[in-house]
Design a binder for this molecule. Structure first.
Ligand code: GUN
Length: 293
């Protein structure tokens, strides 16, 4: 039976409508959310992502200030730009699009962003906050900055009523941006989580046990139908550019015959990432105005 297609684009639109109303309310109180974005170099994929993020800001009434910086910028120069944005009271959130060129230490860059303006949720302070939190709903109630892609996945699962409590989830990929943080969010939502990676023995067998698979390895069509249990839910985080077009980390055509629900690429997780960035930016603006963070 064909799977339900999890329509991230539609859910993202719904959430963005709610967020646009929040922005109107904030502006009525004199609070104007503003996102500063930095792109170092001219990576075409990063240019697309930044463009999508800025468009979403425009739609929601969030001001976006963008700077494209030379790929030759020094680490010290970039740190000084971030310092300026940290100290600018008009700026609610700061986003440095990754990857940065090799001569720049991305860890140092992410550490330099003020935790109060860290709308990507990548600063070790914010990472520590959600890693030590026991319950996912407490993370939301406490207004923690959650990394946008994992946060978006949790929202998709919630809005499609996919049970997480007690579910066997297999996360394929262990990146700091997706694999590790989604593991912590799912754990806090009471899933049993297994993390797989390039050195995992018998990946196929591990994946076949999963009620939910999260594919975030960056390899086109890596998760094949033989790795998926009948009726599993499949979340595809991959964005791979092939001559045939954009494809995910999941062999969508075949896996969708076996899964009960699946995210497409494009139109699945991607729009949710952008939406949660907007949510984090609005929350940052509000918290800064309240002076309590
Ligand atoms: N590169 C890939 N994903 C992301 C993301 O979520 N945020 C930033 N800043 N860079 C990325």
């Amino acid at each position: 039976m064909a799977a339900i297609v999890i329509n991230g684009k539609e859910v993202a639109q719904q959430i963005q409508e709610e967020l646009a109303d929040k922005v109107i309310e904030l502006k009525a109180e004199g609070i104007v959310p503003r996102l500063a974005t930095l792109l170092v170099g001219e990576d075409p994929a990063s240019q697309v992502y930044i463009g999508q993020k800025r468009k979403a800001c425009d739609r929601l009434g969030i001001i976006s200030d963008h700077q494209t910086l030379s790929a030759k910028i020094t680490e010290a120069e970039l740190l000084s730009i971030i310092d300026g944005l940290n100290n600018d009271p008009e700026v609610s959130g700061i986003l440095v699009q990754l990857p940065v060129p090799e001569h720049i230490d991305s860890v140092k860059i992410l550490d330099a962003i003020s935790p109060q303006k860290d709308v990507d949720g990548f600063h070790p302070f914010n990472v520590g906050k959600f890693f030590t939190e026991k319950s996912f709903s407490d993370m939301i109630d406490k207004g923690l900055f959650l990394p946008c892609t994992p946060y978006g996945i949790m929202e998709l699962l919630k809005r499609y009523n996919i049970p997480i409590k007690g579910a066997d989830v297999v996360v394929v990929g262990r990146s700091n941006i997706v694999g590790k943080p989604i593991t912590m969010l799912l754990l806090a939502a009471d899933a049993t989580v297994t993390v797989c990676h390039s050195r995992t023995r018998d990946l196929r067998e591990v994946c076949r046990r999963a009620d939910i698979i999260v594919a975030a390895i960056g390899k086109p069509k890596f998760v094949t139908e033989d790795m998926v249990k009948d009726g599993a839910v499949v979340i595809d985080v991959g964005v791979n550019r092939l001559p045939e077009g954009l494809v995910g980390d999941v062999d969508y055509v075949n896996v969708s015959q076996k899964a009960s629900a699946i995210t497409p690429v494009p139109g699945g997780v991607g729009p949710m990432t952008i939406t949660m960035l907007m949510a984090n930016t609005i929350m940052a603006a509000k918290n800064q105005a309240m002076g309590n963070k």
